[in-house]
Design a protein around this ligand. Structure first.
Ligand code: ADP
Ligand code: MG
Length: 382
């Protein structure tokens, strides 16, 4: 087992004169036995990061360590890493038994009988012992993925690297496999980096989540940390479903005398939006901010709050999603299923100051999050 460290990891690709920075100066530590989910939109550098850790790509800059052993220049097959891909990559002409044993046969001098024993006990653990004599084309997608995982597990590697391994499965099977994979990983205790573009999957599976955008690591934290204390607007927007409501607002500061008496500032936004802050310390000397409110933090009120117009109501059974329009901005509210306003209705919406997020309009950095203070999670990498 091993802790994985990437120290200033950078990877550039060159095609002709063009350079693409796929990963930029990535500092991260994945604890021994940890399950870290690397999440971000398509093209943000997730696969490249995994391939560098695996040794399938040369790094442009930086180092990769397993424990205190420098792996940067070591070949892939000397890194004791098992990688699982989205497309399974099983050998079509080999049966399941041969597919699962092939890595051990190739990379160790383990006797054939011992390889067979290991394959059989792993197959049992994965619930695929009945498939051992079948060829990949005879198996369903879910069974193939189990074989691909089994092939990685049987090698008892120091590190698992998984690149969107469940993406080809249907929704129900994917949800089942998520739970199963987590249980397996906890049981085996192998340090794992799991890549997905799906934030729901990341939130459901990760001990910690690393959010990437455009080659740059944005934040590492527990699911709760990235949700409640996002480092910036990108993370706030990427994590959570339905997405956080975001809009620009002006900060109206009270006259000096009022401020001295502790009267706070007021946020003025689209469609006459107005929100008086009790605590104006977050907006200090700012004139503009970006406001964020999660859909579940918006509630409907009879009086007060701000006015918005209902555009669509979606009945989810246990709750309703309400799509609203406020001065040209679209908002989403998650409300009780007993409340059923109709499209065209005018409603009043309110939220608590604790639930308010504020971001710097230029940098996107968080200036206020749900926890009020920017806690230890913010861009800090353990
Ligand atoms: P992700 O897995 O997050 O979707 P990738 O790591 O595959 O992202 O890609 C990151 C960036 O690097 C993208 O802009 C992609 O086009 C580029 N890239 C990836 N592989 C190569 C390659 N072999 N040659 C050139 N550019 C590449
Ligand atoms: Mg990828």
């Amino acid at each position: 087992m091993a802790q994985i460290t990437t120290d200033g990891l950078s990877k550039e690709y060159h095609s002709g004169d063009e350079a693409v920075v796929a990963v930029e100066d990535l500092d991260a530590t994945i604890g021994d036995g940890e399950f870290l989910v690397l999440v971000g939109p398509s093209g943000c550098g997730k696969t490249t990061t995994l391939r560098c850790i695996a040794g399938l790509e040369d790094v442009t800059d930086g180092r990769i360590l397993f424990g205190d052993r420098d792996m940067t220049d070591r070949r892939a097959r000397n890194r004791d890493v098992a990688m699982v891909f989205q497309n399974y990559a099983l050998y079509p002409h080999m049966n399941v038994r041969e597919n699962m044993g092939f890595g051990l046969k190739l990379s160790t001098d383990m006797p054939a009988a011992e390889i067979d024993d290991r394959v059989e006990s792993t197959a049992e653990m994965m619930g695929i012992e009945e498939l051992l004599d079948q060829k990949p084309k005879e198996l369903s997608g879910g069974q193939q993925q189990r074989v691909a995982l089994g092939r990685a597990i049987v090698r008892e590697p120091e590190v698992f690297l998984m690149d969107e391994p469940l993406s080809n499965l249907d929704a129900k099977l994917r949800a089942e496999m998520r739970t199963e994979l987590q249980e397996l990983q906890h049981e085996l205790g192998v340090t794992t980096v799991y890549v997905t573009h799906d934030q729901t999957e990341a939130m459901a599976m990760g001990d910690r989540i690393a959010v990437m955008n455009d080659g740059v690591l944005q934040q590492v934290g527990t699911p709760e940390e990235v949700y409640r204390s996002p480092a910036n607007e990108f993370v706030a927007d990427f994590i959570g479903s339905p997405s956080i409501n975001l809009f620009a607002a002006d900060v109206e500061r009270p006259a000096r005398r009022d401020a001295a008496e502790g009267r706070g500032a007021t946020l003025r936004g689209p469609g006459g939006f107005s929100y008086a802050l009790d605590d104006a310390s977050a907006v200090e000397d700012r004139d503009r901010v970006r406001v964020g409110v999660r859909p579940e933090d918006l509630r409907l009120v009879e009086r007060g709050g701000n006015e918005a117009t209902v555009t669509v109501t979606e009945h989810m059974g246990n709750e309703n999603f309400l799509y609203l329009e406020m001065g040209g901005e679209e908002l989403t509210a998650r409300i009780d299923s007993s409340l059923r306003p109709e499209p065209g209705d005018s409603v009043r919406i309110e939220f608590d100051e604790e639930a308010l997020y504020l971001f710097d309009p230029e940098s996107g950095d968080a200036v206020k999050t749900k926890t009020d203070e920017l806690g230890a999670s913010v861009t800090e990498v353990r």
